[in-house]
Write a protein that binds this ligand. Structure first.
Ligand code: ZN
Length: 318
């Protein structure tokens, strides 16, 4: 969709619960919004892209007049094969977008009236998959990099997370197997501009191999110096917010193989904390539900890799 169309969908999205109830009162309302987000207003055949389609099953299916292929509203999207109405999904999107700290599976189960916890859990994972990094702009021009041990089932703080933070700006978080030179290099190359000025602590992995030609201050501070002026304050704040969020909203119940998905949600919210626009966030989530690949339960449970973005090369092959 064009930038113009996207901006219209953002502007158009309800900002309060009352507006939301009125705007998305029926399944037809939700379908119209979904069709605007997915196809810019007029459904197209998933096989041949023809716009000559006939609506069937009350507007949930479209049959192509040219090739006969049937396209459903949700096929090929994160909501593929959902048996629940879009209206319920829109409600869930609104709930997670209006809460600054997100929502736990237990709370979603209660709000939506789901019989099973598993349903709420899988819904949240789909919504989380829609809350991934959307700005491809690498961080800069001043970036702090640090690491922390967070989460971890069966004991506090055992999963290693790399953190990059702009001064008072955006952050990036990566669940990693280790913090060797190669991992730090992949993190820096993927997340930070080639000419950013980088500040780190004394860890030896941050060097001319991993950070290449970026100007680099390696700052080793005592506790007293840190209290006075913390050179890695952006990272330290981010880490403490992250830990509080994992414990507060999710009661620390995050499996290591899903940790990256939680980091993505945290980053999505954190990087939009100044936008302060429920409508913008919710519209963005729906836009991503439309364009992202389906995420069936089987994939979620059996095929999710630990450290899926920054694991070792070997683990990536598995
Ligand atoms: Zn067709």
């Amino acid at each position: 969709m064009t930038q113009q169309g996207r901006d219209d969908l953002w502007r158009d999205f309800p900002k309060t619960a009352t507006e939301f109830e009125a705007r998305f009162a029926t399944e037809v309302d939700c379908r119209a919004y979904w069709i605007a987000a997915r196809w810019g207003g007029k459904p197209a055949c998933a096989r041949c892209s023809s716009k000559r389609v006939w609506s069937e099953r009350d507007g949930f299916l479209f049959e192509c007049a040219d090739c006969g292929h049937q396209t459903s509203l949700t096929s090929g999207t994160l909501l593929e094969k959902t048996r629940k109405p879009l209206k319920m999904w829109f409600r869930a999107v609104f709930e997670i977008s209006t809460r600054r700290t997100g929502i736990s599976a237990k709370d979603l189960q209660r709000i939506m009236g789901f019989g099973s916890y598993k349903t709420a859990w899988s819904w949240l994972h789909k919504l989380r998959a829609a809350m991934v990094r959307s700005d491809s702009e690498p961080l800069g021009p001043f970036v702090q990099i640090d690491e922390a041990l967070v989460g971890g089932k069966g004991g506090p703080y055992k999963e290693l997370v790399l953190v990059a933070a702009e001064a008072n700006g955006r952050v990036r978080l990566a669940h990693v197997e280790n913090n060797d030179e190669g991992t730090c290099k992949r993190f820096a190359d993927g997340q930070i501009t080639a000419d950013a000025h980088v500040v780190t602590d004394g860890l030896a992995s941050y060097n001319e191999n991993s950070l290449e030609n970026r100007p680099h201050d390696r700052v080793v501070q005592t506790k007293a110096e840190r209290r006075e002026r913390d050179a890695l304050q952006g990272c330290h704040w981010t880490i403490s917010l992250l830990k509080r969020w994992l414990i507060g909203t999710h009661a620390g119940a995050v499996r290591d193989k899903h940790l990256q998905a939680y980091l993505d949600e945290f980053t999505f919210r954190h990087n939009r904390r100044k936008t302060n626009g429920v409508g913008r966030i919710a519209a963005r989530v729906i836009e991503q539900l439309v364009v992202r690949e389906p995420l069936p339960m089987r994939t979620l449970i059996d095929e999710t890799r630990r450290c899926r973005w920054f694991g070792s090369a070997q683990a990536m092959m598995a």
